[in-house]
Structure formats: C-alpha cells, structure tokens
Design a protein around this ligand. Structure first.
Ligand SMILES: *Cc1c(COP(=O)(O)O)cnc(C)c1O
Length: 375
C-alpha cells in the first residue's frame, strides 16, 4: 500500500484560522481611526467576559503581558518565588523574571504534561508566593487537595491558560474558577486577535490595578481621560494595551468560536482513532469532551529524533513543544532535577494541528507517523 501524500495543510504545525468575517471587521476599525485601546477593545472585553461567564476581563497586548500584569497585580516581586512547570513556552518563565521574581520549576504528570497537586506540593518552599499552572494543550488543571494548603500559606494561583481558551472544568469555563487566569490570543492560539491576551481578574480591585498597569499607570479610564484637561499617574506602569485592530479580529473570531471548538475536537478524535495501536507511540490524552484541544502531542517512546527527522524530511509539519525551560541557559540558576520532564522531553512530538486541516490530512499524517515509527 502506498502512503497517502502529505496535503499542504499538514506541512505546518499550526497556523491562524480566519473565518472570513475578520477582514471586514478590521476595515471597519481602520475607518474608525481609533487604532489604540478604544471602544472596540472594551467591547471585546465584554464579549469575552460574557463568553466565559465572568463579570470582567482585561484585554492586553499579549499572553506574556497578561501573565506579567497578573503576577504584578498579585503582588509578586523581588524575593518571591513562583512555581511553574518547566514544560511550557518560555513566555511563562520570562513573565516571572519580568516581575523580579524567581521561577521554581515543577515536574509534570506524564499523561497530561501538566502539573498535578503532587508536583506542585513537591515544589513549594518558604519563599513560594504564587503557583502558575500551565493548561498545556488546553487541559484544565485541577490542583485538588493542594488548593487548601496554598490558600492557608497565602500562595496565589495565576493560571497560564494561553492554550485553553474555551475549555471547561466540569460545567464551568476555564477562567471562571475565581483565580486570576491569563489567555493568549496570539497568531496560532484557538482564538486569535493577531496578537493579544487577557486577564480574568478576581475582583474590582484587581481589574482597576490591571487597567492602570497596562496603561502606564494612568488611573482614569480612556473615555474619561480624553474628555479631561488632565490625568493622574499614581504608580509605575507598562504599555500593554490591546489595539482596536486586534480586538476587532478577536470579536469577529468569537462569533464563530463554536465552529473552532467543534473542528478542533473533531480533528483530535480523528488523530486518536488513526493513531491507535501504533507500537512504541503513546498519545498524550485529553478529556476531549471538555477541552478545546490546542495541539495533538504524541510520545515516541524510542528514537523520537529519528522519527521527527524522517517526518520533517517528508514535509510533515511536526514540532516539539517544548524544550524544557529548566535546561535553558537563561534559567540555569533555577535548575533542579525534574525526572518526568527530562524523560518526556526526549519523547514528545506535536503533530500538525489547526482548523484548516481536514480528516483526510489527519489520516495522511497518521499513516506517515505509523510508517516512520515502524521503520
Ligand atoms: C502562547 C503562550 C504564551 C504567550 O502568549 P503570547 O500571546 O504569545 O505572548 C504563554 N504561555 C503559553 C503556554 C503559551 O502557549
């Protein structure tokens, strides 16, 4: 049997997916002449809050900015330690360093590539002030019994849900847990603004703090400021607003998010079925009924680098997410041995996964993976 050829959509690992309505929304925003933080940004915040079922959402420039501001709002600064999995995009760790705090790397559960209550507990020290679970691949993270311990010790939870927009924890959307939750709306995220991010605040105070911090420490809301002869800068601040142009893309995307969710779930199930029974390969599982899958990750139990090169040689858009952070030169001062992360780091491989693909593309990739693993 000859293997099906690799379709063009499977040649990249991930790419933005546009429904077509985004272009008109951007033109409308361009014509309105308000490109910075503006009414469209605020409308996007209300739309996202309604979607998540939360009172408020603060939109910012990126997921990294969301994490940075959420940590600052939680009072994290020099001398503090933030528990974070090593198995994440380096942005999570850089947001911690940007606050002047230190990362404390945690190991992950090999079945989910997320931290668990046990790995978080194992990482806590006297200096831990925050825990940043990363919702790898869109998976909701449950810290279980550890939540009580964290609360007793005054340790805040700031969720890195950059990959988990739309996923649910039981009946509740990720972001509606009462903790501060950060999303990314970057180019390849499930909902894209081109660039963007958001924080779900815990309280009115958090929301006011986040809004001042993202706008150079200016206290007054934009609408009030432009009608006044003055404004007040009452704290250090950053320049992290979400442009109206990006918000316009996000608003248009949100109206079709049910299609994105259904498509991502369908593709993930198609991979699960097509990859069953490959000796030496394990799918990193996901509760697909509650998740908007961000990626499809397998563990090649032996010879990942060979299989990766074989597939890349055929033009299949495989990737590795992520090289562990605790082994990066920039984060060497905070190295600690993490046996599971170090083992899975040599096994994981992300398959092409984005909504422009179809089941036929999944079948072709799965056939190529099967052949490569067995070669
Ligand atoms: C994408 C991503 C980020 C950063 O978001 P940006 O919008 O790219 O700044 C942070 N953490 C994780 C896990 C991500 O996937």
């Amino acid at each position: 049997m000859t293997a099906p050829t690799i379709p063009a959509t499977a040649r990249c690992n991930a790419r933005p997916y546009l429904h077509g309505v985004e272009a008109a929304a951007v033109v409308e925003a361009l014509d309105a002449g308000q490109y910075g933080h503006g009414e469209i940004t605020e409308a996007f915040e209300r739309d996202v809050a309604a979607f998540l079922g939360v009172p408020d959402v603060v939109a910012v420039e990126s997921g990294t900015a969301a994490l940075h501001l959420a940590l600052l709002t939680a009072g994290i600064g020099p001398g503090d330690e933030v528990v974070v999995p090593s198995m994440t995009f380096c942005a999570s760790v850089q947001a911690i360093l940007a606050c002047g705090a230190r990362p404390r790397f945690a190991d992950v559960d090999p079945d989910t590539l997320c931290v668990s209550g046990r790995t978080v507990l194992d990482a806590l020290t006297r200096d831990t002030r925050a825990v940043m679970p990363v919702l790898y691949g869109g998976r909701a993270v449950c810290l279980g019994g550890v939540v009580g311990t964290l609360a007793e010790r005054g340790i805040v939870v700031v969720e890195d849900a950059a990959q988990a927009f739309g996923s649910r924890h039981g009946a509740r959307k990720v972001g509606a847990s009462g903790e501060m939750t950060c999303f990314s709306f970057g180019p390849i995220k499930s909902l894209t603004c081109g660039q963007g991010g958001a924080v779900v605040p815990r309280s009115l105070q958090d929301a006011a703090m986040l809004r001042a911090l993202r706008m150079l420490g200016i206290v007054q809301p934009q609408a009030e400021r432009i009608r006044s002869t003055t404004y007040t800068v009452d704290r250090p601040g950053l320049r992290y607003p979400m442009s109206a142009l990006n918000a316009a893309i996000g608003r248009a995307q949100l109206t079709r998010f049910d299609q994105i969710e259904a498509k991502r779930q369908r593709l993930w199930r198609a991979y699960r079925d097509a990859l069953a029974d490959i000796h030496g390969l394990a799918l990193v599982d996901v509760d697909v009924n509650h998740t908007v899958p961000f990626n499809c990750v397998v563990r090649v139990l032996n010879g990942r680098d060979r299989v990766f090169a074989d597939l890349r040689g055929q033009g299949v858009g495989v990737g590795v997410h992520y090289p562990p952070n605790h082994l990066q030169p920039a984060f060497a001062p905070w190295y600690r041995p993490l046996p599971v992360t170090e083992q899975v780091a040599h096994q994981i491989m992300s398959l092409p996964f984005h909504p422009a693909m179809d089941e036929q593309a999944v079948t072709a990739v799965a056939a190529a993976v099967r052949a490569a693993v067995q070669r």
